[in-house]
Design a protein around this ligand. Structure first.
Ligand code: F1P
Length: 351
């Protein structure tokens, strides 16, 4: 519920009415960003999902290639890192052992510069990076990241716009995306006001042991994050798939015992997504869809549609994360699990 405020705080001093202030990344940013030809993102857990969203933005808005990998795998592979690579680490705590190890290892392989997106000033990650964007999420009490994720996304979009300007993004396009970003806190507020309705939906998960999350494009990582939240705090087994992969395997799992959750902003992938939803319905699966109210997805038997405000395609991953967080929260509360301190998990994995 703090997200509208902390997203705004993360933008403050970095975003004017129409432009991103790239000095917000550090004094050397202007010079460095001119030379970046590739972005390598590494992170763990929820922060990794933020990186997967950023890959869509960096490719789409900045037109640069971007690779994303979990730090716990990256650190155990042999790397050929191009010297013009920007190495971008995302971490709420700045102390995650795998992320720090990957950064240190990559330093030896050589790259242009390291950028940290982090929530804790003075953390190891911040100290060891050349450029830093601090998220303004404030301390997270719960183990499962929520406001850390949406402020990471906000920071990553600010970074993308700064990078894109060095790669030919027009002032007009930048201004359009910045205006969309300014609308996000209000849109998140609108989603939060659906809390009671989402709590009702959560009842449908009480007797379920598995859930499938589907997403397309930049909303696929949001589906991954929704599934992770449900696993972490309600202990329901959940998997996320790109919606187009449904027929390559997971469709075999769909029956009335397998709820399917998806997010459907009104973009050019929505028609394809609707046909994926039909594939699920035809097999008796119950659908929970968080859809743009202009996308034409209406509730009917076995399809529960929540109508969300229209959102710009670029900022949709930030806004559409919140209903999935609320859904997991309510399922967990109804099941009586400890939402703030899930079993077996630590806030920061430092070993
Ligand atoms: C990464 C992370 C969190 C998760 C949990 C364990 O931490 O996987 O996303 O919620 O707390 O660690 P960080 O590098 O973002 O601090």
């Amino acid at each position: 519920h703090e997200q509208p405020r902390v997203i705004k705080a993360t933008m403050e001093g970095r975003v004017t009415a129409s432009r991103v202030l790239e000095q917000a990344l550090g004094t050397d940013a202007e010079n460095l960003l001119d030379h970046v030809r590739h972005v390598q993102i590494i992170a763990c857990g929820t922060s990794y999902h933020a990186g997967l969203v950023a890959r869509y933005w960096i490719e789409e808005v900045a037109g640069l290639p971007c690779s994303v990998e979990v730090a716990s795998e990256f650190r155990y592979r042999k790397h050929v890192i191009q010297p013009d690579t920007l190495f971008l680490c995302i971490s709420q705590s700045g102390e995650t052992a795998d992320t720090l190890a990957a950064l240190r290892q990559a330093k030896q392989a050589g790259f242009r510069a390291a950028l940290a997106i982090c929530n804790v000033p003075g953390s190891s990650l911040v100290r060891e990076s050349d450029l830093v964007i601090m998220t303004q999420a404030g301390p997270e009490i719960g183990v499962a990241s929520t406001k850390a994720f949406t402020t990471q996304l906000t920071s990553l979009l600010i970074f993308t716009l700064a990078l894109a300007r060095h790669n030919g993004l027009s002032e007009e396009k930048e201004s359009e995306i910045v205006q969309a970003l300014h609308l996000v806190p209000g849109q998140v507020n609108d989603v939060l006001s659906l809390d009671g309705e989402i709590e009702e939906l959560a009842r449908g998960f009480m007797d379920k042991n598995h859930t499938l999350f589907l997403g397309r494009g930049s909303l696929y990582p949001v589906a991954l994050e929704g599934a992770l939240k449900l696993k972490e705090i309600s202990y329901i087994h959940a998997e996320a798939y790109p919606a187009g992969e449904l027929k390559h395997g997971p469709l075999a799992l769909v029956d009335s015992e397998m709820p399917v959750v998806t997010v459907a902003p009104n973009n050019d992938l929505v028609e394809k997504l609707k046909s994926n939803l039909e594939e699920v319905r035809a097999r008796g699966g119950e659908l929970f869809v968080f859809a743009d109210r202009e996308a034409g997805v209406a509730s009917e038997d076995s399809l529960h549609a929540m109508q969300l405000p229209p959102v710009h395609e670029i900022t949709a991953p930030i806004v559409y994360t919140v209903p999935l967080q609320l859904l997991s929260y309510h399922v967990a509360v109804l099941k009586g699990t400890d939402v703030d301190q899930p079993r077996n998990l630590a806030k920061s994995v430092t070993v």
